[in-house]
Design a binder for this molecule. Structure first.
Ligand code: NAI
Ligand code: 3PY
Length: 393
């Protein structure tokens, strides 16, 4: 059905309030989360990858209570003013990262901003691990070589890469994903870790200490952790560096020409956070000048584009922002985003612990009567739930 110029699919047409999703999202649990609380749901099914601000204004129309949007969209003053005028008070990104959202503008208009933490932690960490292995062991280069019919037989020096076992892992941004990735790499490859974050990660430190003790009981060399006081310290010491901070003013171009020059010549750099955390032009130059240096990138500074020269380089593995792309995670992200909007529409409090969103994802029981994660809850003075799963939608 065509509404306001863009094609939409409608669920629960007679619902008491109107919620728009700017994209079809995986699964059906998210649609039920909204229709169960009486929402009419309109899903934009227009065949256009990224909707413009004008497209979204037309979707919001003259009456709209809440919107679920995507990280590719520019949620700033214009859209929040439009949503407010249409009677809206809830927006959720279908993503944990919300650097595409002007939260201050949303707050000024009294609009709650939701995100989807937790459900993508392991999936994203696994892709960062895949990029690490692909880059360190030259998997994509070797695959290209095979397919091109160039393999003439085993050779002592064919596609020699880096061994991870016993090497030092560097983490910048040791939050949910950074810590999950570190644990995978430490447990899987017995790497030592050095990390830099604004906050201490006792979860990571305790894990490494306990795992080191366990290794000792097995007669193996223990693993160690170190908390760095600067990103430079990590870059100088680590053999593999993976970036997992949020994108904000403090992390924009955190990896630049000067900092790249501090890294080991044969280091591996992985980025599954946000593209602008790396100065990609500087990275292209660094990769060109240092053929033994390798990178694995899920995100890019000017998505969907790559900086000139990147695609031609053999020492980089590139994938199109798929770190959270597992079925369970994408369906869970959609569900959390819908529950953020559904909860706000119903006037529910905000869940007390965005690091424990599991109760919202069980398909076989009712979710708690709360919004799973609202990033401007405090600024809006929203009530926080006591965390008991007693209250049900
Ligand atoms: N490539 C992809 O598909 C995905 C990318 N992401 C990105 O990963 C980011 C992290 O996600 P989570 O781990 O869930 O968030 P989180 O909030 O648990 O972790 C972010 C960490 O970055 C740290 N940090 C903030 N500023 C910093 C700075 N200047 N220097 C060093 N560390 C700093 C924070 O203290 C925090 O520990 C998201 O914001 C998003 O942009 C998340 C999911 C999927
Ligand atoms: O959740 C996020 O921040 C993403 O990048 C989704 O993949």
């Amino acid at each position: 059905m065509a509404m306001a110029g863009l094609a939409v699919q409608i669920y629960n047409a007679g619902g008491f309030c109107r919620v728009v999703s700017t994209k079809p999202m995986p699964g059906t649990q998210w649609i039920r989360a909204l229709t169960n609380v009486g929402c009419r749901v309109e899903v934009c099914i227009e065949n256009k990858t990224i909707l413009s601000v004008e497209d979204i204004i037309s979707l919001i129309g003259s009456r709209c209570d809440g919107v679920i949007g995507q990280l590719t969209e520019d949620w700033g003053e214009t859209l929040f003013a439009t949503l407010k005028k249409a009677g809206g008070h809830a927006y959720s990104n279908m993503a944990v990262g919300y650097n595409n959202v002007d939260v201050e503008a949303a707050t000024r208009h009294g609009i709650a901003v939701g995100n989807t933490p937790g459900v993508l932690t392991e999936t994203t960490a696994e892709l960062a691990a895949a990029l690490t292995l692909s880059a360190a062991r030259r998997v994509v280069e070797a695959d290209d070589f095979m397919r091109a019919g160039k393999y003439e037989g085993w050779l002592p020096s064919l596609f020699v890469g880096n061994l991870l076992k016993g090497q030092t892992l560097g983490i910048i941004g040791a939050g949910r994903i950074g810590t999950a990735y570190a644990r995978m790499m430490i447990e899987g490859f017995k790497m030592n870790v050095i990390y830099y974050d604004l906050f201490q990660s006792t979860r990571l430190e305790n894990f490494v200490t306990a795992y080191g003790e366990f290794l000792k009981t097995q007669g193996e060399a223990p693993v160690y952790w170190q908390r760095a006081t600067s990103p430079e310290e990590v870059l100088k010491e680590a053999d593999v560096i993976s970036l997992h901070p949020i994108l904000d003013k403090t992390t924009y171009h955190l990896i630049n020409k000067e900092r790249l020059s501090l890294m080991k010549k044969d280091a591996v750099l992985v980025n599954a956070s946000r593209g602008p955390v790396i100065d990609e032009t500087a990275l292209v130059e660094h990769l060109k000048a240092n053929p033994m240096f390798r990178a694995g990138l899920d995100v890019f500074e000017d998505e969907p584009f790559m900086k000139p020269g990147l695609a031609e380089l053999p020492n980089v593995v590139v994938v199109p922002h798929i770190a959270s792309a597992s079925k369970w995670t994408r369906e869970g992200m959609a569900t959390l985003a819908a529950l953020n909007v559904a909860g706000k529409v119903k006037g529910y409090p905000v869940w007390s612990n965005p690091n424990n969103i599991a109760p919202f994802l069980d398909e076989h029981s009712q979710p708690p009567a709360a919004c799973p994660s609202i990033v401007n809850a405090k600024a809006l003075g929203l009530t926080v739930s006591d965390g008991s799963a007693q209250q049900k939608l």
